[in-house]
Write a protein that binds this ligand. Structure first.
Ligand code: IMP
Ligand code: MG
Length: 179
C-alpha cells in the first residue's frame, strides 16, 4: 500500500466480487432490453470495464465527461458537460455507470439531461455510495458498496488526477489533502 493512504477500503478481490454480483443482477434485469451503458469519465472507466465483462446480455457503451469538481475534495455544485454522447439513446434502456455517488449533484444533472432524450428507461449503477453526503434527491438502483464519509482514491477515483491506476480503493491520509 502506498504510504499516503490511510487504509484500504476495498481490495482487488472485493471489487471483483462486487462486479460479479452486480453483473449477475444486471444480466437478469436487462436480458430482454435494449441496454445502453453510459460511463461517466474519467472515474468510472476501471469499474465499467470490469462490470460490463460480467453482464451477459447484448449492450452498447458510450461515455460522457462532466466536471463538478475542480481538483479538490469538495463538490462545487456546478456541473459542466465536457463531452456528450456520440449517438442517440432514444428508446434505449440506459444504465449510467458511475464510480461514486456523493452529493448527487453530478448525477442529478446527468439524469435530467438524459431523461429528456426519450429513453425507454434510465437507471444508475455506482460502485460506491456515500449517502451521508447527499444534497440532491437522487439514488442509484444498483450500488456496489455504501461507504462512510471519507475521501477515497484508487480504481479510477482520483485526487488531483493522481491515484486512478491503483487496483484497489483506499482512503487518503487527511494531511495529503489539507496541506
Ligand atoms: P457528487 O456530484 O457530489 O455526487 O460527486 C460525484 C463525483 O465526485 C464523482 O463522480 C467523483 O468524480 C467525485 N468524488 C466524490 N467523492 C469522491 C471521493 O471520495 N474520491 C474521489 N472522487 C470523489
Ligand atoms: Mg466521476
Amino acid at each position: 500500500m502506498r504510504n499516503d493512504l490511510k487504509e484500504i477500503l476495498l481490495t482487488e478481490e472485493e471489487i471483483q466480487e462486487i462486479c460479479e454480483r452486480l453483473g449477475r443482477v444486471l444480466t437478469e434485469d436487462y436480458k430482454d432490453k435494449n441496454l445502453f451503458c453510459v460511463g461517466i469519465l474519467k472515474g468510472s472507466i476501471l469499474f465499467m470495464t470490469d462490470l460490463i465483462k460480467r453482464i451477459d446480455t447484448p449492450l452498447a457503451i458510450d461515455f460522457m465527461d462532466v466536471s463538478s469538481y475542480h481538483g479538490g475534495t469538495e463538490s462545487t455544485g456546478e456541473v459542466q458537460i465536457l463531452k456528450d454522447l456520440g449517438s442517440s439513446i432514444e428508446n434505449k434502456d440506459v444504465l449510467i455507470i458511475e464510480d461514486i455517488l456523493e452529493t448527487g449533484t453530478t448525477l442529478k444533472s446527468i439524469t435530467e439531461l438524459l431523461q429528456s432524450r426519450r429513453v425507454n428507461s434510465l437507471e444508475i449503477v455506482t460502485l460506491l455510495d456515500k449517502p451521508n453526503r447527499r444534497k440532491a434527491d437522487i439514488q442509484a438502483k444498483y450500488v456496489g458498496k455504501v461507504i462512510p464519509d471519507e475521501f477515497v482514491v484508487g480504481y479510477g477515483l482520483d485526487y488531483k488526477e493522481e491515484y486512478r491506476n491503483l487496483p484497489y480503493i483506499g482512503t487518503l491520509k487527511p494531511e495529503i489533502y489539507t496541506k
